[in-house]
Design a protein around this ligand. Structure first.
Ligand SMILES: [Mg+2]
Length: 258
């Protein structure tokens, strides 16, 4: 089972259901699992702390973010690392630094970006100027919005749009709905697509990405997408559940058979 986190496990700091009990049940029945999020601001170890806090014991390797996925893509082209221009927060910076990439404003291999909540005109300017040279362009994800307790705020994709419009370039994307994140997750837990269920709250990222990765998919109605949205969406998940507890109870009574 591959889980999205925001809107599936929690809303900000509030857990959705008895997460400790849900995951103990999965562990008891030897269901392998990993977590996949488009949020690039936090590192896997920061997510590990949050999961632990909610009673889910998990190894850092089981947590895949759009930032760690971006670094995997970048390493395929630049296995030795090198200078890159980074627009983003701790999660992205840490993942790059751990893999031999360092931040620079000159002579870079690529401009790499994600959600940067300290974005300003100067940062957009430097990145846009670099993008006019022969450098690669990678972005964590294209989600234009980001749900918070305050409401819907600009996501990584809003910054990406500014760079794309300003430079006339299109970025290579790492996060969902690209299947790469799920492919990495399956490799890590040693699972095949036909025996993997992707669980998410967003049709346009989690469900579409899960389908792209050839997995089974389940939408939970505790986050962004509603049952109304399902009617207007070209792709359909294999399952729809009110919440994660209902999903796990159903699977349990079905002998974990999807
Ligand atoms: Mg979500």
């Amino acid at each position: 089972m591959l889980f999205d986190m925001d809107g599936v496990l929690w809303r900000d700091q509030t857990p959705i259901g008895d997460l400790g009990k849900i995951f103990q049940n999965l562990q008891l029945h030897n269901i392998k699992f990993a977590f996949a999020t488009n949020n690039s601001t936090k590192s896997p170890s920061e997510y590990q702390d949050k999961l632990n806090k909610f009673g889910i014991s998990v190894k850092e390797e089981q947590i895949i973010t759009s930032a760690t996925t971006l670094v995997e893509l970048l390493k395929e082209k630049y296995p030795d690392g090198g200078p890159v221009h980074i627009l983003g927060e701790n999660g992205l910076r840490e993942a790059l630094q751990q893999n031999g990439f360092h931040h620079s404003d000159r002579n870079v291999l690529a401009v790499v970006g994600g959600l940067d909540r300290r974005i300003n005109y100067e940062k957009l300017k430097i990145a846009t100027l670099l993008l006019q040279q022969e450098v690669d362009f990678y972005y964590t994800n294209a989600d234009t919005t980001f749900p918070t307790p305050e409401g819907i705020i600009p996501g990584a994709g809003s910054i990406l749009r500014a760079l794309e419009v300003g430079s006339g370039r299109n970025a290579i994307l790492a996060g969902k709905p690209k299947p790469k994140m799920f492919e990495i997750a399956m490799k890590i837990i040693n699972a095949s697509a036909e025996s993997t269920l992707v669980i998410g709250d967003r049709l346009d990222t989690d469900i579409l990405g899960g389908l792209e990765a050839k997995c089974f998919t389940a939408l939970v109605l505790t986050g962004i997408s509603t049952s109304e949205d399902l009617k207007n969406f070209a792709y359909q998940p294999h399952f729809v559940f009110e919440n994660l507890s209902t999903l796990v109870n159903n699977l349990f009574h079905n002998n974990w058979d999807i």
